[in-house]
Design a protein around this ligand. Sequence first.
Ligand SMILES: [Zn+2]
Length: 189
Amino acid sequence: MTEQELKDYLASSGAFLEGHFLLSSGLHSPNYVQCALALKNPAWAGRMGDALAKAWQGPKPELILSPAMGGLIIGHEVARAFGVDFVFTERENNVMTLRRGFLLPQGAKLIIVEDVFTTGKSTLETAEVVKAAGGEVLGAMSVINRMGAKTLPFPSVSLLKLGLTAMPPETCMLCRTGLPVVKPGSRKF
Ligand SMILES: [Zn+2]
């Protein structure tokens, strides 16, 4: 899969939107990525999982772990590509936790998989869960990386890097043009 192929697919699936968006951080952005729309197609989700596994240069993981909800589908597909199991963390009272009887074998080497790296916060929280459970984080993966110059404290791979273009409303050029700001995901289909 070439980067252009992926970009074209993200646009045609409606996952990559251009316009004037209000992000959950309160910043305004000329683009928005709703990865769930790209991952709704199982064949494409599988291709992305394969591409991530192929791009990984480190040792083979023993387990793939994703934070719910965003990482569930792509994490599962990466696990399929590596031929290993997939487990997930979720927030309970806002604290990232392993539930549902998921246990990490002592010393298990795993990769954390997300749909989008935005601030890196959920990846770091998931890494803390791994450490507390006695596992080892080999690295992290995502379909899209929007972290800009920020990096994670372990090796990471993404299929597509998007520049950080978000800005506070006070300095937003799009607000000055009078284009209405849209909160992504607020429209029900
Ligand atoms: Zn704006």
